[in-house]
Design a protein around this ligand. Structure first.
Ligand code: ZN
Length: 209
């Protein structure tokens, strides 16, 4: 990871939190939030290269609204969770889709180095249910979603996670991706923007190996 990126203590992600995205991958919308972890070692910053691992033939972008936690949250109400948000941040939950399917467990598919580009955190942001997240590949829009369309709202997701594991200051929660995920190739430039809030742009490069 680059020097400039602040490394979260942990990264908790939500899968299938927009019904159109669940549908495009042939999945049902879950009855409660489906959560998984990404390793902090996957974090890179704006401008750093996403490396395509040789183990995968299908690496895809996932534009997401990220939440940086500002206060310890354990068994928290939605109101408490809402108050604990320190910043909103653009996240690209880069995913090796082929390995996600073969493994069942998502650790490998979501965990490669460079698979978590993060923008600059913004402490000032619009209402939590009116955030728009967009993905562009080589300048062409591939994803657009609004937090109003999430299956589980941001405060609900934070409250839910806090009943499983304590969320600590500096932790990052990625709240799921809207429809339109697509495969990345060597030479692409992929950009995730939460409109008016935070943005991260990264070149895509073939594996070092
Ligand atoms: Zn995701």
């Amino acid at each position: 990871m680059s020097k400039s990126a602040a490394r979260p203590g942990k990264i908790v992600c939500v899968g299938r939190n927009y019904s159109e995205h669940a549908k495009e991958l042939g999945n049902e919308v879950p009855k409660e939030p489906l959560i998984f972890l990404k390793p902090p070692s996957s974090v890179i910053s704006d401008g750093d290269a996403i490396r395509l691992p040789s183990l995968s033939d299908q690496v895809e972008h996932e534009a997401e609204i990220g939440v940086i936690i500002g206060a310890t949250l354990s068994n928290a109400s939605e109101a408490k969770a809402r108050e604990s948000i320190a910043a909103i941040i653009a996240v690209n939950d880069v995913t090796a889709r082929d390995l996600q399917k073969t493994d069942g467990q998502w650790t490998r598919a979501k965990g490669f180095d460079t698979f978590c580009p993060l923008g600059e955190p913004a402490s000032k942001f619009p209402a939590l249910d009116s955030l728009t997240v967009v993905c562009r590949v080589n300048g062409k829009e591939t994803q657009r979603g609004n937090s109003a369309d999430m299956v589980f709202s941001i405060p609900m997701v934070l409250s839910y996670i806090s009943r499983i594991m304590t969320l600590e200051p500096g932790d990052l929660v990625a709240t799921g991706t809207p429809a339109g995920v697509s495969k990345l190739k060597d030479g692409d430039v992929v950009e995730v923007e939460i409109l008016g809030v935070s943005k991260v742009s990264n070149p895509v490069r073939a594996s070092n190996a």
